[in-house]
Design a protein around this ligand. Structure first.
Ligand code: ADP
Length: 163
């Protein structure tokens, strides 16, 4: 039987408990997940792509169904290159819906074989985003309930190096 494989694209700057919750849920449905860091996100990054990949690898080291990659350019071109067709995205609140629908529709227009599947996180992560984590970090707040301990450590290190 053909393996069910999905690509989970995102900035992951940095990975949060929200991303990990989605990956955990999707791991129960799919045979394999490719978590892929988008190289050129518009947002001003806190971490470099290699740093983000290292943090994802650390966070997911016990999940045998996951591999970590990065990609540049259009998601549909990356999917074609990898011969994959399923995209995994997380929906936090209704506010995510419009943007996610637009992206999913455009991806399908560009590549008709693409299917985007959406997973809902646990309620407690419904308002968590990497940008919220970056904002809290910027003002020296406590991010320990939002990201794994080693990510919190990396955030503290980045802050120190910028002072
Ligand atoms: P952001 O900067 O918005 O946190 P990313 O570009 O890294 O996010 O997001 C990748 C995917 O993960 C998107 O589909 C986004 O909606 C989803 N996602 C991010 N945080 C959460 C969360 N707390 N719960 C569910 N999905 C999430």
């Amino acid at each position: 039987m053909e393996k069910k494989v999905a690509v989970y694209p995102g900035s992951f700057d940095p990975v949060t408990f929200g991303h990990l919750d989605i990956i955990d849920r999707a791991s129960k449905i799919f045979d394999h997940l490719v978590v892929s860091v988008f190289v050129h996100s518009a947002k001003k990054p806190l971490f470099t792509v290699p740093e983000r990949v290292i943090m994802l690898k650390q966070a997911l080291k016990n999940n045998k169904k996951v591999s970590i990659e990065c990609f540049e350019g259009l998601l549909v071109d990356y999917l074609k290159k990898k011969k994959l067709q399923v995209v995994l995205r997380g929906l936090r609140a209704i506010s995510d819906l419009e943007y996610e629908f637009q992206v999913a529709a455009i991806n399908r227009t560009l590549y008709s074989k693409v299917e985007t599947v959406f997973f809902m996180p646990s309620q407690r992560y419904a308002y968590l985003s990497s940008s919220v984590v970056r904002d809290i970090a910027h003002f020296g707040g406590d991010v320990s309930k939002l990201v794994p301990p080693f990510v919190a450590k990396q955030i503290a290190a980045v802050k120190r190096s910028k002072i």
